[in-house]
Design a protein around this ligand. Sequence first.
Ligand code: ATP
Ligand code: MG
Length: 226
Amino acid sequence: MSCLEGGIETLCITEAFGEFRSGKTQLAHTLCVSTQLPLHMHGGNGKVAYIDTEGTFRPERIVPIAERFGMDANAVLDNIIYARAYTYEHQYNLLLGLAAKMAEEPFRLLIVDSVIALFRVDFSGRGELAERQQKLAQMLSRLTKIAEEFNVAVYITNQVIADPGGGMFITDPKKPAGGHVLAHAATIRLMLRKGKGEQRVCKIFDAPNLPEGEAVFQITTGGLMD
Ligand code: ATP
Ligand code: MG
């Protein structure tokens, strides 16, 4: 997507939030490929780690996206290290294991799709919010540390929840989950929403060096496109 000017940044966390089917996971798939482009094509030329908490990663989706970018699909797939997480603790432990891997091989991107879903399941009881936020903060600080220590881009996805207060727009009754803890951890926040058909809209918040604007994109077989 050109609104991201070729990709997402290393050394920090980029968060995408939006309702179901808004394209968060499809953006993750596209980034898996675009990150592996050679440097002269604005890629990061490195491996990708993918932590999947919802079981929605589809390796067969990577194939047409790689072909669109003129890359060898098998080579691209070989460079994606994939793990499914089943509890928030499992998710955290996977990050510890990854750090050891990243110390040995060059990685350029870490994806956690979704960063918050397991927390919402594992701390669903009344009165558990404070503990959830504390554990979430720990997870996010681990992600920031990985971004900085290994010079990788971190892409996380987040859900939206009902907001009786009016959300980020007076007309939109939804807001990103995770509260201030997540808002402060993410350097760039992307809000995705559905448009007509396969059209989607991406709004950029808080980016230190990208214009705060809206861009329309499409979800296609070859990945996200303008
Ligand atoms: P959730 O909150 O449920 O995880 P999401 O934001 O991750 O949702 P995605 O899974 O990224 O949503 O997007 C789903 C959308 O992508 C669907 O509308 C689907 O039609 C579209 N899509 C998936 N695969 C393709 C494809 N091969 N070609 C075109 N569109 C596709
Ligand atoms: Mg998804």
